[in-house]
Write a protein that binds this ligand. Structure first.
Ligand code: HEM
Length: 392
């Protein structure tokens, strides 16, 4: 059975030769072409690497166009499991596409540098500063971003290397974060919710794929202004360090009270199973709220935030010890939405103040990018932005 089957456009791969070894992981293939870039709604992959680039000084619009054309070709080729330069490019020889997705976004600063200020969507207005933000500017923002996800590290590295080589024509690398999630095939079922480094099931409350609510939450609508974003999405990236040594001082009940869900099953503390709707009005026999007032799920819920919803696609990072000996570990938190002002910003403004989890985390980097709409064969990502739509 295909890993993560049913979540995004999937089809058989064409690079694997040994069905017994490759059918589960290597054969997984996402279709590059379509209305939306497939990496947004793709099933959680084992590796997720997010990279931001800045335009080199003097870089021109023509160079950016050539870069987006090259990135489109690299994405389409590698996601289909094909070699970029036949015979030479051996990093992934004999492997299938392994669920690879390449997702491209642009920051407001790119449009300013290209003289396209009139094309900057309101949704790319800078995020406000949130309480307790500890952001490192050099690890934040950027003119362009690429998110590479795959169930095989070599496949991800191969695609990223090609994308970075192409970018060197007109960009410098600004920052890169490397994340991981549960290995494909290691979870109880392909549809299981991944766990984060605090041990919680993370992703349960996401909008359900294939519903109108999902599309409305995640994608810029067909009427979006500017038109080049129709079918695109907005990505808020936050690098959130977990204070794991502090977290470990809580017992299981204490950790569950911080989140509002059972640690092992993911069920809300109001009862049921992982996918039972939380009952925020339920009290325990001793008269306490079953889901405590400061619980993360209560404070992050749509009910508490004027209906604000986001699609969360997080990867874990674990980058060794910091100078104080504590693990440099946490979440590469990715939130996709149609409008951050009615999504991430609303929720984070509340969480930063009242969420019990906020004591155990630090937001250390941030980025806001317009994720370009998908494209058809013969086109390239961002064509509507750089050339306009001839049909308009
Ligand atoms: C390290 C930081 C974080 C951790 C460990 C974390 C963990 C969790 C966990 C375990 C859940 C419950 C299961 C689920 O629905 O996925 C959850 C739910 C949620 N989180 Fe977080 N989270 C973090 C940061 C954030 C941030 C920064 C936001 C948004 C600003 C956010 C928004 C949400 C939302 C919207 C839900 C679903 C609430 C609902 O069920 O209605 N989380 N998170």
């Amino acid at each position: 059975m295909a890993v993560g089957a049913g979540a995004a456009a999937l089809g058989p791969g064409n690079g694997a030769t040994d069905p017994a070894s490759a059918a589960l992981v290597g054969d997984e293939q996402l279709t590059f072409y379509g209305t939306h870039q497939p990496g947004i709604a793709a099933p959680a992959q084992t590796h997720g690497w997010l990279t931001a680039f800045d335009l080199a000084s003097g870089a021109t619009l023509a160079q950016v166009k050539a870069l987006l054309q090259q990135w489109t070709a690299i994405a389409a080729t590698t996601m289909a499991g094909r070699s970029l330069t036949a015979g030479e490019d051996a990093m992934t020889y004999g492997r299938g596409p392994s669920g690879l997705s390449v997702t491209v976004g642009v920051g407001a600063s790119l449009l300013t540098k290209l003289g396209l200020n009139h094309q900057i969507p309101d949704q790319l207005a800078p995020l406000p500063k949130f309480l307790n933000d500890a952001l490192v500017p050099a690890s934040s923002d950027g003119d362009l971003c690429v998110l590479v996800g795959a169930n095989d590290g070599l496949v991800a590295a191969h695609a990223l290397r090609a994308l970075q080589r192409a970018a060197a024509t007109c960009c410098t690398l600004r920052w890169q974060v490397n994340g991981f999630a549960d290995a494909a095939g290691s979870m109880p079922s392909p549809a299981s919710t991944p766990r984060n480094l605090m041990g919680q099931l993370d992703g349960t409350g996401n909008p359900k794929q294939g519903t109108a609510a999902f599309d409305q939450t995640v994608y810029a609508p067909a009427t979006a202004d500017p038109a080049w974003m129709r079918g695109g999405s907005y990505l808020v990236y936050r690098k959130i360090r977990m204070l794991l040594d502090d977290w470990d001082t809580l017992d299981r009940a204490g950790q569950e009270a911080v989140i509002g869900r059972d640690k092992l099953t993911g069920a809300p503390l109001s009862g049921g199973d992982e996918f039972t709707e939380p009952d925020y009005r339920k009290f325990t026999p001793s008269g306490a709220l079953a889901i405590p007032a400061g619980a993360h799920v209560r404070q992050a819920s749509a009910q508490a935030n004027n209906g604000a919803t986001i699609l969360r696609r997080a990867f874990n990072y674990y980058d060794g010890p910091r100078s104080d000996g504590a693990p440099d570990a946490g979440l590469i938190f990715l939130a996709f939405q149609a409008d951050p002002a009615n999504g991430f910003t609303v929720i984070q403004q509340r969480l930063a103040g009242v969420d019990s989890l906020s004591t155990f985390i630090r937001h250390e980097a941030s980025g806001l990018f317009a994720i370009l709409p998908g494209c058809r064969p013969g086109e390239y990502l961002g064509r509507e932005l750089l050339e306009g739509d001839p049909a308009e």
